[in-house]
Write a protein that binds this ligand. Structure first.
Ligand code: SF4
Ligand code: SF4
Length: 137
């Protein structure tokens, strides 16, 4: 989730937290482990073991079951869709999406408009593939 320091055109409070759900990999640096440990009053070793896992070639946040997306960050509240450790969240979460618009927020608003249902949630799954051919053809 964004920090709100810059003027942005999305509202995380009106979103279902795609960013905390669809990305399997949320990087946790040594500094993030220190912050998590401080937030929970744990040692760094205990925080790393309890909240992180080594996968995809690095240390990432653990995930858990999620009612919308199947899996989400272990710190995402399943009902409010808010971060339960906001002050202790990793740097990657603080910087996301890093621009004035959030594409997932746009998708949510777009689908709610065209489906004429302000409660609907489009379930997005994210897989990255390289496009080998020129898209302009
Ligand atoms: S997906 Fe975008 S709008 Fe939704 S919580 Fe994340 S940063 Fe905020
Ligand atoms: S730590 Fe908080 S902001 Fe970061 S992915 Fe988890 S729930 Fe989202």
């Amino acid at each position: 989730m964004a920090t709100g320091r810059t003027r942005v055109q999305y509202d995380c409070n009106k979103c279902v937290a795609f960013c905390c759900s669809i990305y399997e990999r949320v990087e946790v640096t040594a500094r993030d482990v220190k912050r998590l440990a401080s937030h929970f009053g744990l040692t760094r070793e205990a925080a790393e073991k309890r909240f992180t896992v080594h996968r995809f070639g690095g240390r990432i946040l653990r995930r858990k079951k999620d009612p919308f997306f199947g899996k989400a960050c272990k710190f995402l509240h399943p009902d409010t869709r808010g971060c339960t450790i906001y002050e202790g969240r990793p740097q990657a979460c603080r910087e996301y999406p890093g621009q004035s618009r959030c594409g997932y927020h746009d998708v949510l608003q777009f689908e709610r408009e065209i489906q004429n249902d302000p409660t609907i949630v489009p379930i997005v799954r994210l897989t990255f593939k390289k496009q080998l051919r020129d898209a302009a053809r």
